[in-house]
Design a protein around this ligand. Structure first.
Ligand code: IMP
Ligand code: MG
Length: 187
């Protein structure tokens, strides 16, 4: 696979100039994050709820690291989308697919790919909070702080990124680029 001219790469390959976070940097940061979470949750069980589709790859690496630290992990998924967006601040969030586990009396960790305006994670946070969880915290791989229209404090953040559209490692543009191992930006 080495030395293939760029013109022969598949359409979902991006030129390296646009790379912002490499696969190696992602793994390194996930290891730091999970070490911190492992210490914060010592002796506790965690139900990780990953937001589909964007967080699927992050979740897979994240739970494997947590497992290695000896924590008991359960995993579930929730799928959300924003709609009716006349403006960024009027975005509404809809749950397309809900969790199947009971969150009652559990330590829940909500995991998403990115916090942008803040609508998605704050909506999902309220949705879970209302179901008598024992504790609820949030973790996102990427944070675009300049784009926030809803105030929301995320507990664990992987990387801050500038106000650029980013793809790869689960994140898509019209369903493309999700399976790239690195995070890049597109125009
Ligand atoms: P929100 O604006 O914080 O509600 O983010 C909504 C969702 O938009 C995120 O969960 C992502 O799936 C998606 N999103 C926001 N910014 C980007 C981006 O730069 N690339 C890909 N998806 C994004
Ligand atoms: Mg998402």
């Amino acid at each position: 696979m080495n030395n293939i001219p760029e013109s022969q790469l598949g359409e979902d390959s991006l030129s390296t100039e646009k790379l912002i976070i490499s696969a190696l940097e992602i793994q390194h940061r996930i290891s730091e994050l999970t070490n911190q979470i492992g210490a914060d949750y010592e002796g506790k069980d965690i139900l990780v709820i990953a937001v589909l589709k964007g967080a699927f790859m992050f979740a897979a690496d994240f739970v494997r690291r947590l497992q290695k630290l000896g924590l008991n992990i359960e995993i579930d998924f929730i799928k959300a989308s924003s709609y009716g967006a006349q403006t960024e601040s009027s975005k509404e969030v809809r749950i397309d697919l809900d969790i199947t586990s009971s969150v009652s009396d559990k330590n829940v960790l909500l995991l998403d790919d990115i916090i942008d305006t803040g609508h998605t994670i704050s909506f999902l946070y309220q949705h879970l909070k209302s179901q008598s969880v024992k504790s609820l915290s949030t973790c996102v791989l990427l944070d675009k702080p300049n784009r926030r229209t809803v105030e929301f404090q995320v507990d664990y953040i992987g990387f801050e990124v500038p106000d650029l559209f980013v793809v790869g490692y689960g994140l898509d543009y019209n369903e493309r680029f999700r399976c790239l191992p690195d995070i890049s930006h597109i125009d």
